[in-house]
Write a protein that binds this ligand. Structure first.
Ligand SMILES: Cc1cc2nc3c(=O)[nH]c(=O)nc-3n(C[C@H](O)[C@H](O)[C@H](O)COP(=O)(O)OP(=O)(O)OC[C@H]3O[C@@H](n4cnc5c(N)ncnc54)[C@H](O)[C@@H]3O)c2cc1C
Length: 437
């Protein structure tokens, strides 16, 4: 056991959240060691990271100005909705700008973290298989939320090729094949659009209705239109639904089911190309799956069709494999962390990036990291404020819905409304009387 880490935090992951973590721990003078299993920073935006779940055609669905770190704007030459390669470059540049790369041990997996002696025993494994165990003051997990596939229990067996979006990279896979994409979320729609240009046919199995938002409205990135002027939920839902009716129209005209929820009560699909291809007949809508039978798929409406490839675009599940679920007080689909970041049970266990919201961007994750850094700094520099935070973390959770009634789906278990969330996080940051080191 290496003991010289007793006063340091272990930070897991060098994706956008982990980088924001490292940056803020540095700003507030909190000593830490960063661990990243891949050889570089950037998280899932580095397509060469074996854990990355982006595909060659992946681009931001939120525009660059609403997504970037405020202290590090993207260059003018970067387009409104950059692709993964430009984003990997952006995170490398961010790490270089603030000297964050040297704060991480690359090629090192955190395999276990267990509380002991008022700290955490952290076990890491390098790619040669060498394990190291050290006692840390605490743990900050920023290992991402979109890495472990969720695959529903489909009845029957499909004998063609079956893959989850996590393994999908390149549409040449579809060349000349009959393709079925299951799920019309953001990845499912992107992949169906990719397949159109290669496949013999493309079907999209849809269980529920979605709201479709175009990337551009009035010639501007759609998410920049009402920036800084949040409207009350009901008014925003009405105004934006009217706008959408003008731009994308009624999704049922394209054969899609009607949404069973109002706009913003579930994550919208930011993709108008899928509607374009549905309108061209390049993609056909199918009902929910009833069962697989060899090369055939039976749908709940009685239709039957044969496929060569089925892509399960059925999302991801939260996974902190190095932590016992009890330490996160895990119930249901997500651990009930205070402000989506602090354990109600351990004052020295935090998670960064466990937050879904429309338009939160990396600045929202930066603000999470700033609060965590301030809480940790306060444990020695303003213990009263740190205790107050720990008491709140153990108490009833605040309402972060912003007045929206979110649908009860697995991926919505840690969904927040971005303005309500950022307000709550910033209010706690302001209450903690610790300045940058
Ligand atoms: C196709 C696609 C489009 C998206 N579009 C947008 C968008 O438009 N806007 C937006 O805001 N978000 C978008 N996202 C969400 C995306 O998850 C976030 O932008 C961001 O990448 C989250 O950063 P993160 O650091 O929390 O996680 P990740 O980027 O997943 O990084 C986690 C890091 O932790 C490392 N790691 C994991 N486990 C361990 C371990 N045990 N030990 C050591 N290291 C470990 C991983 O290697 C990885 O580098 C999109 C996601 C996808 C897949």
């Amino acid at each position: 056991m290496q003991e010289n880490t007793r006063e340091r935090y272990a930070l897991i992951g060098a994706g956008p959240s982990g980088l924001a973590g490292a940056r803020n721990l540095d700003r507030y003078g909190v000593p830490f060691d960063g661990f990243e299993s891949h050889s570089d920073v950037g998280g899932l935006w580095d397509i060469d990271n074996p854990r990355s779940t982006v595909y060659r055609s992946a681009h931001l669905i939120s525009s660059k100005t609403t997504t970037q770190f405020t202290e590090f704007p993207m260059a003018e030459s970067v387009p409104d909705y950059p692709g993964h390669a430009a984003l990997a470059d952006y995170f490398r540049a961010y790490a270089d700008e603030f000297g964050l790369r040297e704060r991480f041990r690359f090629g090192t997996d955190v395999v276990r973290a267990e509380p002991a002696d008022d700290g955490w025993v952290v076990t890491t494994r390098d790619h040669a298989g060498t394990e190291t165990t050290s006692l840390y003051a605490g743990v900050i997990a920023a290992n991402g939320t979109l890495a472990t596939p969720h695959v529903p229990d489909f009845a029957g067996e499909f004998t063609g090729e079956f893959l989850h979006t996590a393994r999908y990279k390149d549409p040449t896979l579809f060349a000349g094949k009959r393709v079925l994409v299951i799920g019309a979320g953001n990845s499912g729609c992107d992949i169906a659009v990719d397949a159109v240009h290669h496949a013999a046919s493309v079907d999209l199995s849809v269980r529920r209705g979605y709201h479709f938002v175009p990337k551009y409205m009035f010639g501007r990135p759609a998410d920049t239109l009402t920036r800084g002027r949040p409207l009350p939920p009901r008014i925003k839902q009405r105004v934006d639904a009217l706008l959408l009716a003008q731009f994308t129209g009624d999704p049922t005209r394209f054969g899609l089911p009607a949404p069973d929820h109002r706009l913003y009560e579930s994550h919208p699909v930011v993709n108008s190309l899928i509607l374009h291809h549905l309108g061209h007949g390049d993609v056909r809508v199918r009902a929910d799956i009833e069962r697989f039978e060899g090369a055939e798929v039976r749908f709940v409406d009685g239709a039957v069709a044969e496929y060569d490839i089925v892509v399960s675009a059925t999302g991801y599940r939260l996974d902190y494999p190095f932590l016992d679920r009890a330490h996160l007080s895990w119930t249901g689909d997500a651990p009930p962390l205070f402000l989506n970041l602090a354990s109600p049970r351990h004052r020295n266990l935090f998670v960064l990036g466990m937050v879904e919201a429309s338009g939160l961007g990396w600045q929202g994750r930066f603000e999470q990291a700033e609060l965590v850094a301030k809480v940790i700094a306060a444990q020695t520099r303003a213990p009263g404020a740190a205790k107050e935070f720990a008491r709140a973390a153990a108490g009833p959770p605040p309402d972060l819905s912003g007045g929206y009634r979110y649908v009860t789906l697995r991926r919505m278990a840690y969904y927040v409304e971005k303005n309500a969330y950022r307000r709550a996080v910033r209010a706690w940051s302001e209450r903690i009387p610790v300045g940058p080191a």
